[in-house]
Design a protein around this ligand. Structure first.
Ligand SMILES: [Mg+2]
Length: 418
């Protein structure tokens, strides 16, 4: 047992006498005094002052495994998605023939230079982070003002992403909060035209897109919705801000709902897909998504594993229902996270987005430790993603407009409620 432990985000602390376990979801070394917060296995939050006897009471657990609704699963979901996005980035615009020529018969398996660096994330991860920011700012708004329409607040956040692309929106956009100040986010990574145009032209927060696009730019970014109540509506309403075709936004709703079922009810991926389709599959506008997902479930049942050619038969993943189907098929058949993400990026289509979707699913299921260390070592924005994943547990649990004023002011500064 060390007498100078330094707990970091997502470390698992174990009490030396009671064996109570806590997942660290916030560390603030300076403000207002050295303090960290842990979440226990029942979901309760514990503030722990970092006093001199801290190490007598607590140790860092090695290989603690995952709890039900463990905050580490949220980290796995976000980081796994980003890892899939980054692995796919180098081959997003390559055919399987060219991938084969460049990387050999196993395809791309290691982070490879894209956008001038190894491990570069793309617009998919950028927009996932701004979606998460908007969801947290909506929590602050609802608590402090008692009224909130979350898609409007997420819209405002996505417009901040548009600013990072050096494109001016039609509406006034607040440049506050911590995320937009992360300089690494100010980079163009082949942003989708549909997202850019819809956001550029929107004249009020929360207004659905006026287009008929079902591109995968809605579904690829909505994973954080899984950790907030009403994931299906949150994801479909926020995807609809940029994608007007029902398949474009309903596939996003279904994806977040599947993630939420795994998260909240510890369902298997197969159970989550089946029950989500049972509840939402007959909604008007869901037919294309339902048809292709049922095909994927049948392929999986027959024991058909995804191959580059097999994936091509489903499509390129450039549209929402295909991207979801490819990501799901690879996650369903994966021996482990690395296997699933590798299958999801090695094909002729939209590799970063299908890698993202498979990575979100597998990261949630298996946790962040399942992500290969050599991928994580090179992954861009890893600290930003880790902080955002921690805040998804921390902010809704701790923010209170009436009490704990110093902490709540600190949260409001990072996530202003508009
Ligand atoms: Mg992309």
């Amino acid at each position: 047992m060390s007498n100078t432990i330094k707990p970091m985000l997502f470390h698992c602390l174990q009490h030396n006498h009671t064996s109570q376990r806590l997942r660290v979801i916030q560390c603030s070394p300076h403000y207002p005094r050295p303090l960290l917060w842990g979440q226990d296995e029942q979901g309760h939050i514990h503030p722990l002052p970092l006093t001199s006897d801290f190490s007598n009471k607590w140790s860092i657990a090695t290989s603690p495994g995952l709890f039900a609704r463990d905050p580490a699963r949220i980290l796995g979901c976000l980081l796994g998605g980003a890892a899939g996005d980054a692995l796919g980035a180098a081959v997003e615009f390559m055919s399987w023939t060219n991938i084969l020529y460049e990387f050999g018969s196993q395809g791309i398996r290691a982070m490879t230079k894209a956008y001038g660096r190894k491990g570069a994330i793309t617009d998919d991860t950028q927009m996932m982070l701004f979606t998460a920011e908007g969801l947290l700012r909506a929590v602050v708004r609802a608590e402090s003002r008692g009224i909130c329409h979350p898609p409007a607040v997420v819209h405002h956040a996505l417009l901040r992403w548009l600013l990072t692309q050096n494109i001016s929106p039609t509406t006034n956009v607040g440049k506050d909060g911590w995320l937009i100040k992360e300089s690494a986010l100010w980079a163009r990574r082949a942003p989708g035209n549909t997202c850019v145009n819809a956001l550029r032209l929107s004249s009020s927060f929360g207004e659905p897109a006026v287009n008929n696009s079902k591109g995968c730019g809605g579904v690829m970014r909505v994973a954080p919705c899984a950790f907030f109540s009403g994931a299906f509506e949150l994801a479909s309403d926020t995807a609809r801000l940029t994608h007007g075709h029902p398949t474009g936004y309903l596939a996003a709703g279904l994806f977040a709902d599947i993630l939420q079922r795994i998260w909240q009810h510890s369902m298997s991926l197969l159970e989550a897909c089946s029950s989500s389709l049972k509840e939402h599959g007959d909604l008007p506008g869901m037919a294309e998504t339902k048809t292709i997902l049922e095909l994927v479930l049948k392929l999986h049942q027959e024991g058909a594993r995804p191959t580059p050619k097999g994936i091509e038969k489903l499509g390129g993943g450039w549209v929402a229902e295909e991207a979801l189907a490819i990501g799901l098929w690879c996650a369903l058949c994966a021996h482990n996270l690395e296997d699933g993400i590798t299958m999801a990026v090695n094909h002729s289509g939209d590799s970063d987005s299908t890698g993202m979707i498979a990575g979100n699913l597998l990261g949630l299921i298996h946790g962040p430790e399942a992500i290969p260390a050599h991928w994580l070592a090179e992954l861009e924005l890893r600290e930003v993603i880790t902080q955002m994943a921690a805040d998804i547990s921390f902010v809704p649990a701790v923010y209170d407009d009436n009490e704990n004023t110093d902490i709540s002011l600190w949260i409001e500064e990072r996530y202003p409620g508009w």
